[in-house]
Design a protein around this ligand. Structure first.
Ligand code: FE
Length: 203
């Protein structure tokens, strides 16, 4: 019961929590990463890894953006009940579920908000960019309807006020690109390192 170093217990607790959080993420990908990315020619893990790689290429120093890219569909892997599943097109409100789970595991608010916003970003882009809509995969066009369809002008204005607006759009465009079949996932060690750096406060 010593009080002479009050930092020590909380620091070791944080490290413990970091380890648990990373193990939780990796276990979920291990168990369910092979699942099909809803009607697309890639698995969940391939899609997550490709999105992270694209984010890393564009913003090599932005750990939060890269991790948001890696984890943006994490909520799809958290849904369990059949009624959560939109007829084989994934977990309903997976963006909200994912964001909640990531906050719980200690990820930053920016990451949680980017994850939470990636469906709205799709609705926004579809509503404002005809070329974007034309480039959507068939599966993504089908889920669009289940996700609320087009945004009204008012919804668009609200979304434009989001402080992460540009980031939401960037992440969404990478999301659409990250569906290349036959591309090796590679070692995920670098993402594990980024998660550790992010979750452990600088000491
Ligand atoms: Fe995605």
């Amino acid at each position: 019961m010593t009080l002479n170093n009050p930092q020590l217990p909380s620091k070791s607790m944080t490290h413990h929590h970091t380890h648990e959080a990373i193990q939780t993420i990796l276990a979920v990908f291990r168990e369910r990463g092979h699942e099909e990315y809803h009607g697309e020619p890639v698995s969940q893990l391939e899609h997550a890894a490709q999105t992270a790689q694209l984010a890393q290429r564009g913003h090599p120093d932005d750990t939060e953006f890269i991790l948001a890219a890696f984890l943006h569909d994490f909520g799809h892997l958290c849904g369990t009940t059949p009624e959560d599943n939109m007829g084989g097109y994934g977990t309903r409100q997976h963006e909200t579920i994912g964001a909640r789970e990531l906050r719980r595991l200690g990820f930053s608010e920016k990451i949680a908000r980017l994850v939470e916003g990636h469906v709205q970003a799709k609705r926004y882009l579809v509503s404002t960019d005809a070329a974007y809509y034309a480039g959507l995969s068939e599966a993504s066009k089908i889920t669009l309807e289940k996700q609320g369809g087009l945004m009204s002008a008012e919804e668009q204005r609200d979304f434009e006020q989001d402080t992460l607006f540009e980031w939401h759009l960037q992440l969404r465009r990478l999301d659409e690109q990250a569906k290349v079949s036959g591309q090796p996932v590679g070692d995920l060690g670098w993402l594990e390192v980024l998660m550790r750096e992010h979750l452990e406060p600088a000491v």
